[in-house]
Design a protein around this ligand. Sequence first.
Ligand code: FES
Length: 119
Amino acid sequence: MPRLTIEEHGTYEVEAGTRLVRAIEDAGINILHRCGGYAKCTTCRVEFLSGEPAQMTKAEKEKWKEKDTSGVRLSCQMTIEDEMRIKVINTVESTGLEDPGDTPKEDITPEPEWVPTNT
Ligand code: FES
């Protein structure tokens, strides 16, 4: 099983194919996902220290075109296939919000259309 390391929290064995945002929550971290995992809010962003996937969903790419987002990715727009080391940026505790947002579905939403990160 791939290992997910979350800075300042720990390292976890995660079933391959698990949506990253859900794996972070499963680790007990109240990461924000204000749009429910639809690549609209960007609150689920994480910083990659290693293991950043070389592809992204078209929905994530479109969202990043609107913003300057070097070094961060949307955890709702990927699954864990290999070892990853990340830093979580927005949590309920760090923002003071009352809740993280609607629970993201198990599968990536909207239906993913994959594109390379560097195009
Ligand atoms: S962009 Fe909103 S939860 Fe990921």
